[in-house]
Design a protein. Structure first.
Length: 213
């Protein structure tokens, strides 16, 4: 055993581990792609503060373009990371399914569909069996996380859902689940739907507190 060599190895390992804890741009980027487990919030003793912190973590999903693009503030969906108005122009129509002749299902099928011809601009068309626009009272675009939080709890603006139904929807709804498998050329929302469901469950159990502003 060459001790000098072994010690150099240990030192190098420490340096490596130490560097990993610094907030390098890479770890910040990584933080945006993952969700902290709900259990890691147990260390916050104040229940209200814990509840708010849980919702803020879940907000990394809720305020992501994958969700907000389909919860717009007007009758036109949004697209892409920049959340620009949908091209071509399409509008809500009856039940959020689009206008006659320009229904969502004209282009959005039951599954994400790879695009071959224009692969330099659009790599795939999003798809899901339930693809349609969220009702206007569920608009999230342009709202703060605090405003969205209040709205999600309000049966008049959440489709008449109880908090149990909100948990169920977030944790298991298949259209919500599309956010984690949005098709080629689109960034998925952070973490997994199961981790997101656990954050929302823990948020509701701790009193479903909303951020102050
Ligand atoms: C393709 C469009 C679409 C996408 C993408 C989408 N939603 Fe929705 N969302 C809807 C529709 C439509 C409803 C109403 C369905 C209902 O009430 O059953 C809805 C309702 C909801 C509701 C219940 C009402 C409310 O706003 O409080 C929640 C919560 C929700 N969505 C969360 C999400 C999350 C989280 C994501 C992203 C991971 C997401 N949605 C992505 C279309 C979408
Ligand atoms: C004429 C075809 C067409 C119609 C009709 C259409 N879309 Fe789209 N939509 C597309 C294409 C193509 C994309 C992908 C564009 C891209 O990724 O740049 C897209 C993307 C989207 C996105 C963005 C997904 C994301 O997170 O970036 C949403 C939301 C959306 N459509 C909702 C709808 C809704 C709701 C309807 C019906 C009211 C609808 N679309 C009707 C073609 C269409």
């Amino acid at each position: 055993m060459n001790w000098k060599l072994a010690l150099t190895g240990v030192a190098a390992l420490c340096l490596f581990v130490g560097a990993g804890t610094l907030l390098s741009p890479a770890s910040v980027a990584q933080d945006a792609k993952t969700l902290k487990p709900a259990a890691s919030f147990q260390s916050i003793a104040n229940e209200r503060e814990r509840s708010v912190a849980l919702f803020q973590e879940a907000g990394k999903v809720i305020q992501h373009p994958r969700c907000v693009n389909c919860h717009p503030a007007t009758d036109r969906p949004l697209q892409g990371a920049s959340m620009h108005p949908h091209q071509p122009p399409v509008f809500r129509g009856d039940g959020g399914m689009g206008l006659p002749g320009m229904q969502c299902t004209t282009c959005h099928s039951a599954e994400n569909t790879p695009v071959v011809g224009q692969a330099d601009t659009i790599k795939s068309i999003p798809g899901n069996p339930a693809w349609h626009l969220a009702p206007i009272e569920m608009a999230w675009a342009g709202k703060s996380l605090a405003q969205i939080c209040q709205q999600i709890k309000d049966p008049a603006r959440n489709g008449g859902k109880t908090m149990d139904q909100i948990v169920e929807h977030m944790a298991h709804d298949e259209l919500v689940g599309w956010g984690w498998k949005p098709g080629a050329g689109r960034e998925p929302v952070p973490g997994t739907q199961a981790e997101f469901g656990e954050l929302i469950t823990a948020w509701v159990k701790s009193g479903a507190a909303c951020p102050a502003s």
